[in-house]
Write a protein that binds this ligand. Sequence first.
Ligand SMILES: NC(=O)c1ccc[n+]([C@@H]2O[C@H](COP(=O)([O-])OP(=O)(O)OC[C@H]3O[C@@H](n4cnc5c(N)ncnc54)[C@H](OP(=O)(O)O)[C@@H]3O)[C@@H](O)[C@H]2O)c1
Length: 214
Amino acid sequence: MSTISKPVAFIIGYGSNLGPAIARKFKSEGFSVAVSARKLNEKAAKEDGYLGIQADFGDIASVRNAFDRLESELGPAAAVIYNAASSSPTSPSDPLANSYETFLGNVNVTGVNVYEVARRTKAGFEKLPAETPRAFIGTGNLTPWIQLPSLLGLSVGKRAMVNIVESSAAAYGPQGYRFYFAHEVKGSTGGPQIPPTGQAHGKRYTVQAVNCPS
Ligand SMILES: NC(=O)c1ccc[n+]([C@@H]2O[C@H](COP(=O)([O-])OP(=O)(O)OC[C@H]3O[C@@H](n4cnc5c(N)ncnc54)[C@H](OP(=O)(O)O)[C@@H]3O)[C@@H](O)[C@H]2O)c1
């Protein structure tokens, strides 16, 4: 069980857009926040009030090491946000143009390695006090439901994430372990919001994590 009083949020995929906005919002809601990316400046993250964990979520040893550091330095997370994604666009008329290795790299970072992230998230949830709300939120997009041949690796990865989230939500939801696949759409059309907006994600993600909606 965590010995610290503040709940912990772990933001994976801390780039220029969504990550900083989501991290700021969780911090303002009283969370201790850890952030992670490959090119992360841990010193700059510390100056912003976060635990910075430099890690490559395409590398499973690095994924495990990141969770080990999170738990030893802050404790298990009550909210895990997965923003990392990888794409190597091709021409729409040639979706098989990428090498197998490039395709697999896209799929692993975007989706398959979310399996290990979800496993470590659930293991962390089990160590939290009973009353702590728990949520995993994967940042998605519309690709599981539309045809986008130029982004096949990204799309297969997001579909994998949907599957991992749906299975985990169905199995562990009854005990209060919530798993979400979230994506932003334009209010006017229902089409994809590109680029996604940090403010909307920060607001919605903290509502889901803090208020324990059904
Ligand atoms: N409307 C929508 O719903 C919509 C539209 C577009 C995109 N999206 C989704 O939004 C998410 C992020 O968007 P964003 O605008 O915040 O992008 P962003 O600013 O580029 O942030 C994403 C960060 O993920 C990190 N990342 C990538 N590969 C990684 C890896 N192997 N290990 C660790 N970190 C990694 C990158 O940092 P490093 O390079 O330093 O690792 C990158 O800065 C993605 O999941 C994307 O698919 C949603």
